[in-house]
Design a protein around this ligand. Structure first.
Ligand code: ADP
Length: 190
C-alpha cells in the first residue's frame, strides 16, 4: 500500500497530476478542495461553513477539515492506497493524518512537491479563474492571501516531512506529461 501526499502551492498542478497518477498507480484520489466544492454545490452545512473561508482565500479550520478527510478515507476501506491532494495544509493536519494512518497500521509513504515560482502561479490562477467559476481564482488579492496562508501555515510541512525523510520535490514547470513522468520516477523509486 502506498500513500502519497501531493504537495505544492495553489495552482501548482496537483489536481491535474492527480488525475493521471491515480489511474497509473490505482490510488484513491482525495482532494479536500474538491470535496469542499462538492459540498458547496450541494448546499450542505459543511459546504456553507467552508464557503465563508474559501471565498476569502483563507484555510478552512483544521477541526472541520481533518474530520472530513478522515471520513472520506473511511469510505474507502478497500483502497490500494491514497493520493492526498490539498491535505495536509497545516502541521496539525499532518500530525492528525499521521496518527490516523498509524491507527490503521499505515503511514505516509512520501510527500512529493510540485515546485513552481509564485509569479507564474498567480498568472495561472487568474487564467483559470476566467473559466473555473471559482471566486477564489478571480481576484488577485484573494490569490495573494492564499499564498500568504501557504507561506505561513503550509510551507512548514516541508521540514515536517523532511525530518521523517519523506519529502521529495520535482520541477512543476513543463509539459503536463513531463511532470507526470518526473512524479512517476519518484514514486517508482520508493
Ligand atoms: P488551490 O490549491 O488552488 O488553492 P484547492 O482546491 O486545493 O485549491 O483549495 C481551495 C480552498 O479550499 C483553499 O484555499 C482553502 O480555503 C480550502 N481548503 C482546501 N484544502 C484545505 C485544507 N487541507 N485545509 C484547510 N482548507 C483547505
Amino acid at each position: 500500500m502506498i500513500n502519497i501526499v501531493l504537495f505544492g502551492k495553489p495552482g501548482a498542478g496537483k489536481g491535474t497530476q492527480a488525475e493521471f497518477l491515480k489511474e497509473k498507480y490505482n490510488l484513491t484520489h482525495l482532494s479536500t478542495g474538491d470535496i469542499f466544492r462538492f459540498n458547496i454545490k450541494n448546499d450542505t452545512d459543511l459546504g456553507r461553513l467552508a464557503k465563508t473561508y474559501m471565498d476569502k482565500g483563507d484555510l478552512v479550520p483544521d477541526e472541520v477539515t481533518i474530520q472530513m478527510l478522515q471520513s472520506e478515507v473511511d469510505k474507502n476501506p478497500d483502497s490500494a492506497g491514497f493520493l492526498f491532494d490539498g491535505f495536509p495544509r497545516t502541521i496539525s493536519q499532518a500530525q492528525a493524518l499521521d496518527a490516523f494512518l498509524a491507527s490503521k497500521n499505515q503511514e505516509i509513504t512520501a510527500t512529493i512537491a510540485l515546485d513552481a515560482d509564485d509569479e507564474i502561479l498567480v498568472e495561472r490562477l487568474l487564467e483559470r479563474g476566467k473559466t473555473s467559476g471559482r471566486a477564489d481564482d478571480q481576484d488577485e488579492e484573494k490569490i495573494r492571501n492564499r499564498y500568504q496562508e501557504y507561506n505561513e501555515k503550509t510551507a512548514p510541512l516541508i521540514d515536517y516531512y523532511n525530518q521523517q525523510g519523506k519529502f521529495y520535490s520535482v520541477n512543476g514547470i513543463g509539459a503536463i506529461i513531463e511532470i507526470t513522468e518526473r512524479l512517476s520516477q519518484v514514486i517508482e523509486s520508493l
